[in-house]
Design a protein. Structure first.
Length: 671
């Protein structure tokens, strides 16, 4: 097959028809071309077929060769795998063999080490046994040495203790009355008035419950529950209290309880039995006589008394409440309890009713003075039981029963010369109530003795009283009837520490009740009252005199500084220094000298003396009691004495006395 030339006019589009020639030549040429093309096409196809066959054969050969190569390669891979596996197996066997050898070596080594350890253990055990035996020997020797040293130390300490005990015993004098020669605290027969009261008889007449008690709605203004009242609301509340208390006494209408009573002084527990109690009242005992009953707030208390105790004179009364201190608007910016709590009513007829919006302990009061008549029976209805311990009367089992069953918030412990009022919680803490009340009695006897109260039976017709209160009229404590202090003043009694540690403040306030001439010179009110604290701490609580306040090294140093100063005794404001003057006399002359001065005054009291003459009187009284000339001591202390007083003592020709030869320098010596 022929092709058209590229430059043929046929392709250029400008073909011009040739001039007409003979057509046979054209067709011949065309046929030649076609035949030639056909021949070429046949040859080309045959060639292509041969080529395809060759390629197919080549491909088959290549596939056969590839198959042969694949088999060969697979055999080589399998051979390699076998070789590698064989090699790994050989290596593993080698490792196992090496491990076995290593294990064998290790076992051998361990066996050798074990054998060595056993050998060393045996050697160590042998060495330890030797060391232990040696240690035991040394310990035995050391124990023996220590025992000997301890024995020596014990002997030395025992000697020191004996010396200290002897020193302390010497510092705690055994009193010997200058008149009778008897120890004034050895017996208490003279104080046994309260033993005339007989047992009480109770009958339960109901039970008490706070929510059933009518309340004074106006009294809600007082906060209560431990909160305080301040500001302008106090005056209206004060008036409300006074009116309610008066209503409870007059009984013109039933008095309602105040809400604040639940906070203070407190209320009985719900379900507490209401009692009708018959008890004996002793006309020979003056003042308040405790009944062991507590009036619930707003309760009507009925007292049935015999004719001997009734009348319009006011000699006999029924009292509800012991917290007698009133709180004023002017003197107290803050009230921690209601300002007035107590009330009393004259037993003007055989049946008397009284109620109190706050409640409180119930007392029968003898204002008539002591007179010897037998006890009489009084019946009180409407109260609940309050703990009351009487020294020498209440048994231990009875006291334990009272504490277990009494639900009143306050109660009392009493001895012939003191009734101590405190909270139920404090009463329950007392470890040994008999020992505590015996100690209180002992210390009251000492105060009676020092002031010569016991020389006049009229001074002993009734016990003094101390009441613990939340808030009092002034300060933290004061004297009086009753003497009072804040609640914590009862802690020394509650814990029993009053027996050995004492209570300087308690002795101080009760001392004020005993304090009188010849120790009430001008400006000495807060000084000589502490003479009672000194004797109580030393004799009553058995604390060495040299450890007592006003006689310690620090007190002696202060006294020395005063003596060496230009101050006069009445000019110094140091009460401790002023007390040292008296305490050093007590230390050097004994408490008996002060007892003698009190007895001298009791027998022949002075009157219309100047302050200086009172000091002269005391100087003479103490000098006569001891047969010592005390003028030099008084002069060294710059006391307000007169030349006349000095001459009167000198005229007695007594032996001169000072606490020490080198006094007052001896005050600075080491104890």
């Amino acid at each position: 097959m022929s092709s058209i030339p590229p430059n043929s006019p046929l392709l250029r589009g400008n073909y011009q028809k040739p001039k007409k020639k003979s057509s046979s030549g054209f067709w011949i040429i065309l046929m030649i071309i076609l035949i030639g093309g056909g021949i070429y096409g046949v040859k080309y196809k045959k060639q292509m077929d041969r080529d395809d066959e060759a390629r197919k054969e080549l491909q088959e050969e290549q596939e056969k060769l590839a198959a042969i190569n694949a088999k060969k390669k697979q055999k080589e891979v399998e051979a390699t795998k076998k070789k590698i596996l064989a090699q790994h197996k050989a290596e593993e066997e080698a490792k196992q063999k090496a491990a076995a050898l290593e294990a064998e070596k290790l076992a051998k080594k361990e066996a050798e080490e074990k054998a060595l350890a056993e050998k060393q253990a045996k050697e160590k055990a042998k060495a330890d046994a030797i060391a232990t035996k040696e240690e035991e020997r040394r310990e035995a020797e050391e124990k023996e040495r220590i025992a000997k040293e301890n024995a020596n130390i014990d002997a030395e300490m025992e000697e020191i203790f004996k010396q200290e005990a002897a020193r302390r015993k010497a510092a705690i004098p055994v009193l010997k009355d200058p008149v009778t020669g008897i120890n004034p605290v050895a017996k208490i027969e003279v104080y046994e008035l309260h033993k005339r009261q007989k047992e009480t008889k109770d009958k339960e007449v109901g039970t008490w419950k706070w929510e059933d008690v009518p309340k004074n709605e106006d009294s809600k203004n007082f906060p209560g529950k431990g909160k305080a009242m301040t500001g302008g609301e106090r005056a209206p509340y004060l008036k409300l209290c006074q009116e309610a208390l008066a209503e409870g006494v007059s009984k013109k209408k039933a008095v309602a309880a105040f809400y604040a009573a639940e906070d203070f002084p407190g209320i009985p527990e719900d379900g507490t039995p209401i009692l009708e109690r018959t008890l004996s009242i002793d006309p020979s005992v003056t003042g308040w006589q405790s009944t062991g009953l507590y009036a619930p707030p707003g309760a009507t208390i009925l007292v049935k008394a015999p004719k001997m105790l009734t009348g319009k004179t006011g000699n006999w009364q029924v009292r509800i409440g012991c917290h007698t201190d009133g709180l004023s608007v002017e003197k107290h910016d803050t009230w921690h309890r209601s300002p007035h709590l107590t009330s009393s009513k004259t037993l003007d007829k055989p049946r008397v009713e009284i109620s109190n919006p706050f409640g409180g302990l119930i007392y029968i009061v003898n204002n008539s003075g002591s007179h010897k008549k037998p006890p009489v029976q009084v019946t009180i209805e409407g109260g609940v039981e309050a703990p009351l311990y009487k020294l020498g009367i209440t048994t231990k089992s009875e006291w334990e029963r009272q504490l277990a069953t009494s639900k009143a918030p306050f109660g009392e412990v009493s001895c012939p010369r003191l009734v101590f009022t405190m909270t139920l919680e404090q009463l329950k803490q007392i470890p040994d109530v008999e020992a505590v009340t015996t100690s209180l009695q002992k210390n009251m006897q000492l105060q009676d003795w020092l002031s010569a109260f016991d020389s006049n039976p009229n001074n002993l017709t009734g016990p003094m009283r101390f009441v613990c209160d939340r808030q009092i009229s002034a300060g933290a404590g004061h004297s009086g009837y009753p003497a009072m202090g804040t609640i914590d003043w009862g802690d020394s009694v509650a814990t029993g520490s009053v027996i050995k540690s004492g209570s300087w403040g308690l002795w101080h306030e009760l001392g004020h009740n005993h304090q009188r001439a010849p120790y009430r010179m001008e400006g000495m009110g807060e000084v000589t009252v502490n003479l009672f604290s000194v004797i109580n701490q030393v004799v009553g609580c058995e604390n060495p005199l040299y450890e007592t306040r006003s006689l310690t090294p620090g007190d002696n140093e202060a006294a020395y500084s005063y003596i060496k100063s230009k101050d006069k005794f009445m000019d110094t404001e140091d009460v401790g220094v002023q007390l040292s003057f008296f305490a050093q006399l007590m230390q050097g002359l004994g408490f008996e000298a002060f007892r003698s001065a009190s007895l001298k005054y009791e027998k022949n009291p002075y009157s219309d003396l100047s302050n200086e003459e009172k000091w002269d009187w005391l100087m003479m009284a103490l000098s006569e009691a001891t047969n010592k000339d005390l003028t030099e001591y008084f002069i060294i202390w710059k006391m307000p004495i007169t030349e006349s007083g000095i001459k009167k003592v000198k005229a007695k020709k007594f032996e001169a006395w000072l606490p020490a030869k080198n006094y007052p320098e001896s005050l600075m010596s080491v104890e």
